[in-house]
Design a protein around this ligand. Structure first.
Ligand code: NAI
Length: 245
């Protein structure tokens, strides 16, 4: 399906990858619901409406089921039925395993994995009735290969992959696709905090010898929204870092 005139909800889209995804959908004629935990800037919303589409800011925390339900309702009231959901919002809280508290572990799971469940279940109720829709979950290559200091994050992102494949099987008979993107190292505020030496080591492991940009992920999200004979897949956007057999 073309995204022209479709309604898209992108979680965590006030900056980084989510913001690029929102802009790319708007540029291609989709109406967008952008989300963050705090007020959404009017400058960003008007940047989106300049593409001639509708754009609404929906404030709320995906980790809270009641807020997730209210956010989907609010977006549907303002835009109409949602055709596409991009579960992008995510957090890290890196610590070596022995220093990681139960709270450090659970907090990351709660946003990255439970948040994906919360938003997906609430959007699916309506998509199932309409027998159409696309859900795109942002995982990470860390969910495939692990990473030192990221047991919580890797577990959440591996969980997103299992979740994607299970839900894809459940809803395929109703013409709804569910796919995941596993980005590698993408330059955003989330990765800005990494030390220079750690970045250099990572760069050496990337066959394309460069870090990814937010638009690299946004383009694949668009492709997955339009590819209606593709479901239950994980697309690595990582410069060749992980090559699956
Ligand atoms: P970011 O930290 O720049 O942006 C994350 C966005 O999610 C922010 O707008 C933040 O406000 C929002 N957010 C966080 N918790 C939320 C909550 N509970 N409810 C609603 N919104 C919430 O991160 P970035 O780099 O743009 O990452 C986006 C996604 O891509 C995340 O899921 C991340 O795990 C994933 N990813 C990023 C990679 C990278 O290299 N930057 C690599 C692999 C995956």
């Amino acid at each position: 399906m073309s995204v022209q005139g479709k309604n898209v909800f992108i979680t965590g889209s006030t900056r980084g990858i989510g913001q690029a995804i929102a802009k790319n959908f708007a540029k291609n004629g989709a109406n967008v619901a952008v989300n963050g935990r705090k007020e959404i800037s009017t400058a960003f919303l008007s940047e989106l409406t300049d593409f001639g589409v509708k754009a609404v800011g929906i404030v709320g925390d995906i980790a809270d089921f009641t807020q997730a339900e209210a956010m989907i309702l609010e977006a549907e009231e303002k835009l109409g039925p949602l055709d596409i959901l991009v579960n992008n919002a995510g957090i890290t809280n890196d610590k070596l395993m022995l220093r990681m508290s139960e709270e450090d572990f659970e907090k990351v799971l709660k946003v990255n994995l439970t948040g994906t469940f919360n938003m997906t279940q609430n959007v699916l109720k309506k998509m199932l009735k309409r027998r159409s829709g696309a859900i795109i979950n942002i995982s990470s290559v860390v969910g495939l290969i692990g990473n030192v200091g990221q047991a919580n994050y890797a577990a959440s992102k591996a969980g997103v992959i299992g979740f994607t494949k299970s839900v894809a099987r459940e809803v395929a008979p109703r013409n709804i696709t569910v796919n995941a993107i596993a980005p590698g190292f993408i330059q955003t505020e989330m990765t800005d905090s990494l030390a220079g030496a750690a970045k250099e080591v990572m760069l050496q492991q990337i066959p394309l010898k460069r870090f990814g940009e937010v638009d690299d992920v946004a383009k694949v999200a668009m492709f997955l929204a339009e590819a209606n004979y593709l479901t239950g897949q994980v697309i690595n956007v990582d410069g060749g870092l992980v090559m699956n057999g």
